[in-house]
Design a protein around this ligand. Structure first.
Ligand code: URA
Length: 432
């Protein structure tokens, strides 16, 4: 029987803990036998002292063992591929990738999360579609993946329950941005969800948990090791989160943009990331093709309308109306105009994320109601050349007053300079 206070002290002093000790701590916490305050102190000790690979494996295994696991591969009789993003601003990638990959003949059954703070969650975005339900039973989820090739639902209560508890605790104890804790949180959910091969989109920049390329590399490397340890194939894309992804930030606005992208009319940076993620998922699948062929097939599915057809079937199957005209619209729209001419030197992702949050698009605390209609559309992105009074962004708000505040906040996200900023592509690196 472990003594949690002793484990906290040993971790605080930089000692390596045994796998069995970590398992007892996490499973005891999941059963409610170890209180929040001891786990919070443990997480803070990990912040200062880190974890060895063996400790991180043990933590991930314990998280998986805290609940049930799903064998989606056996249910579908196919190799299962999955994707996951570490979270960012304007990140609606899953909503566009799912239909394209499914249209290429690879089934996608995904459990997604909600947003907290300035990062949005796929479930919240999907719920802006009138009638759409993210609460399907596991049986219906599997049946829909078989029938349509695509289903996206909320994570079931019994899949990695330790992560649910621990993430909530980390969120209020300044212990979210800790590499081994992020890696084990993400990988435990992917492994328990039954993915054989996983594409991880590791966001890098001011709107992401990982602010530098160096930190993102380290996170990617840890997740690759956790995948290998569990005999899963993992590819990590390191992608830009110094500016919002695409143009739209806000739930219904992002759904419209994801749909535009599925029909080949999305913003260039978002389209590039979506097609890259699709081609890597297809290359990892049981189709037996390489990344170049995956890219060709993904582009073809967009061009010939088959991806849009899957999108519409999928939204209808989950009770939603796929017509973009049915999406909720904010009462007020105000344009933000350039105070001077020049190049957009910076468009801070975190600032735009906060503006959308304050407009009502996100939650400040768990359980907060969100407004699906509000948000920001960034018409001018980093590197664009604008003239004085050109439209930089649109602010979609509930009231005139909130729109005024939103315009001021989004204006603070922009820096306009005389020279074009250094190029920073959306795809910064690939690690496999
Ligand atoms: N996403 C997760 O699922 N877990 C983390 O800890 C951070 C981002």
């Amino acid at each position: 029987m472990i003594r949690p206070a002793e484990l906290i002290e040993r971790k605080r002093n930089g000692e390596e803990l045994a796998g069995g000790e970590i398992a007892e701590l996490i499973l005891g916490y999941a059963r409610g036998e170890i209180p929040d305050y001891q786990l919070a102190a443990f997480c803070m000790a990990v912040y200062f002292k880190g974890m060895t690979s063996a400790e991180t494996y043990a933590l991930t295994d314990a998280m998986i063992a805290s609940g049930r696991t799903l064998d989606l591969g056996a249910a579908l009789g196919r190799k299962v591929v999955d994707k996951h993003s570490t979270g960012g601003v304007g990140d609606k990638t899953t909503i566009a990738v799912g239909p394209i990959v499914a249209a290429c003949g690879v089934p996608v059954g995904k459990m997604s999360g909600r947003g907290l703070g300035h990062t949005g969650g796929t479930l919240d975005k999907l719920e802006s579609i009138p009638g759409f339900s993210v609460d399907l039973s596991v049986d219906r989820f599997i049946a829909q993946v078989k029938e349509i090739g695509l289903a996206i639902i909320g994570q079931t209560e019994d899949l990695v329950p330790a992560d649910k508890q621990l993430y909530g605790l980390r969120d209020v104890t300044a212990t979210v941005d800790i590499l081994p804790l992020i890696a084990s949180s993400i990988m435990s959910k992917k492994i328990a969800g039954g993915a054989d091969a996983i594409v991880l989109d590791v966001k890098v920049g001011d709107g992401a948990f990982m602010k530098t390329l160096e930190d993102a590399h380290a996170l990617a490397q840890t997740m690759l090791e956790l995948g290998r340890h569990a005999s899963r194939e993992v590819v990590c894309l390191l992608t830009d989160m110094d500016q919002p992804l695409g143009a739209a930030v806000g739930n219904a606005l992002e759904i419209a943009e994801a749909r535009d992208t599925v029909r080949g009319e999305g913003p260039p940076d978002f389209t590039e990331l979506v097609l890259d993620a699709c081609s890597r998922l297809l290359a990892l699948s049981d189709l037996g093709i390489d990344v170049e062929e995956g890219r060709r097939r993904a582009e073809a599915a967009v061009a010939d309308g088959s991806a849009l057809a899957v999108y519409e079937r999928w939204i209808r199957a989950q009770g939603g109306d796929p017509d973009p005209g049915a999406l909720p619209r904010a009462a007020v729209m105000r344009e933000l105009r350039a105070p001077i001419g020049g190049y957009i030197a910076r468009l801070g992702a975190i600032d735009v994320g906060h503006a959308a949050l304050h407009l009502g698009a996100g939650r400040r605390a768990k359980g907060d109601e969100i407004d699906h209609s509000v948000g920001v559309i960034c018409r001018a992105k980093r590197g664009a050349l604008v003239a004085e009074d050109d439209v930089l962004a649109e602010v979609h708000a509930r009231t005139e007053e909130e729109a005024r505040w939103g315009v001021a906040e989004v204006l603070a996200a922009y820096e306009i300079g005389d020279l074009p900023p250094p190029e920073r592509p959306v795809l910064l690196d690939v690690i496999a």
